[in-house]
Write a protein that binds this ligand. Structure first.
Ligand SMILES: *Cc1c(COP(=O)(O)O)cnc(C)c1O
Length: 229
């Protein structure tokens, strides 16, 4: 199927249950993003600063760009002027740099805390205890130009649906706890970004508000997976 057909099918499937579709365009050429854009898609996810800034420059300015990959503090400045959501915040130090660069650009940048839920040593993210420590810290309270709007998680890469379901359930439960403890009065704390091409149905069933889909929309990525995670 074409990119346009995939977009309309997936968009209607997830939007019907109020879930946002983030089209993960990493490693895909600008033309592929444009095709998705012309099919009505406005939210795109990239995992590197380099690729995101290159595509941002070439594509329409009403696109919402989400960073979904590990972000180094020295690169925040390149995306701070335009990024819509940084989904992969995994330290207070990074959050402080985002705050600083957001202030320079006279804006508030929305962020998700990436929470480690997988049974794999290779994934980035904060442990549950580290999230609690971060949110309770004086360093966090001092920030004025970042807004935490939720959490993001990546399930274990397994074909065991029971394990994936448990991991998503844990993330959704953790989100509810954070909401009650730290964000009770903040309507903007509402996002649970979970679910990719292989597991989005389980994620939606477990309360995802945002799915990040790459290969189901654009086809297989041409770059080997060990270069683009
Ligand atoms: C690549 C990537 C995705 C999309 O993966 P697909 O399996 O192609 O849908 C989603 N989330 C993150 C964090 C990614 O790096």
């Amino acid at each position: 199927m074409s990119i346009a057909a995939n977009i309309s099918l997936l968009k209607s499937e997830v939007e019907r249950v109020n879930v946002k579709l983030v089209a993960v365009s990493k490693t895909q050429p600008v033309e592929a993003v444009r095709e998705a854009y012309e099919a009505g898609q406005r939210v795109f996810g990239e995992n590197t600063v380099q690729e995101m800034t290159e595509k941002y420059e070439q594509l329409p300015k009403d696109i919402e760009w989400h960073l979904i990959g590990h972000l180094q503090t020295n690169k925040v400045k390149y995306i701070a002027p335009f990024v819509t959501l940084i989904q992969s915040v995994d330290s207070l130090k990074l959050l402080q740099e985002i705050d600083k660069q957001a202030a320079k650009n006279n804006r508030v940048i929305d962020c998700l805390l990436q929470v480690y839920i997988a049974d794999e040593a290779t994934k980035f993210g904060l442990g549950f205890d580290e999230v609690v420590e971060l949110l309770g810290s004086a360093g966090f309270s001092a920030l004025q130009h970042v807004r935490i709007t939720g959490v993001m998680g990546i399930a274990t890469n397994t074909d065991n649906p029971k394990q994936i379901r448990e991991e998503f359930y844990e993330l959704a439960t953790f989100f509810k706890g954070l909401k009650a403890s730290y964000f009770r009065k903040e309507d903007s704390f509402k996002e649970i970004s979970m679910g990719m091409s292989g597991d989005y149905k389980i994620a939606v069933e477990q309360g995802s508000t945002m799915v990040r889909m790459g290969s189901t929309i654009f086809g297989k990525r041409v770059i080997p997976h060990w270069k683009n995670n």
